[in-house]
Design a protein. Structure first.
Length: 209
């Protein structure tokens, strides 16, 4: 079973409180989501292996450590996942960025992929799938499945807020995927919105209704 990691750092929790607030403007919301994504990236990359290197400081040679040739791809689920990418790129600037877009078929109720563009060497990369909200888990589960079909093996999922139902769905369908969240909320309502949540992340990011 993939691990569930709740990132309860005080800075993350403080900024998440502002993100939840309905009075927060789209401009502030975007900046806060980017900042929280950057802080979360610090923890999501904690298991990256290091290798020892030698550098020359202004004083003397020194043994230091660098990340050992890790190739990373960030894959936001469109559209809300886009709001978290820039914050992560500030810490992992060499990462490549893929994109995946899904919609739900009204008859079958199953997620359908309408857009998927991945780095050509996706099978060699550590993948971090990004979506602010993990509600029912349907979109995240489908996105991870589509990415696996393209050869990816090492995948993590990073979300701001999750419902217990969404966590359970992803863990059932992808037990090899670790999930990183800033908060686990109470439940889903009858419209599949996370309660208390933060509303529609895409609308709040981009100022739409």
């Amino acid at each position: 079973m993939g691990n569930l990691c709740v990132l309860d750092h005080p800075l993350i929790q403080h900024k998440l409180a502002l993100i939840r607030d309905e009075r927060t403007s789209s401009k502030e919301f975007r900046a806060l989501v980017e900042e929280v994504a950057m802080l979360m990236a610090y923890e999501v990359t904690r298991d990256f292996p290091l290798e020892e290197v030698e550098v020359k400081t202004p004083v003397a040679p020194a043994k230091a450590k660098k990340i050992a040739g890790r190739k990373v791809a960030l894959v936001p689920i469109l559209r809300a996942g886009l709001g978290m990418v820039d914050g992560m790129l500030k810490l992992i600037p060499a990462a490549k960025v893929g994109h995946i877009g899904l919609y739900r078929d009204h008859e079958t109720l199953q997620p359908v992929e309408y857009y998927c563009k991945m780095p050509s060497d996706i099978e060699e990369r550590d993948i971090i799938v990004i979506d602010p909200m993990l509600a029912t888990g349907g979109s995240a589960t489908a996105a991870i499945g589509f990415i696996k079909e393209r050869g990816a093996k090492n995948i993590k999922l990073m979300c701001l807020i999750a419902a217990p139902e969404g966590i359970a769905t992803v863990q059932k369908n992808h037990p090899d995927v670790d999930i990183f969240v800033a908060a686990v909320d109470d439940c889903l309502n009858e419209h599949a919105y996370i309660v208390p949540g933060l509303g529609d992340a895409g609308d709040r990011l981009f100022g739409t209704k």
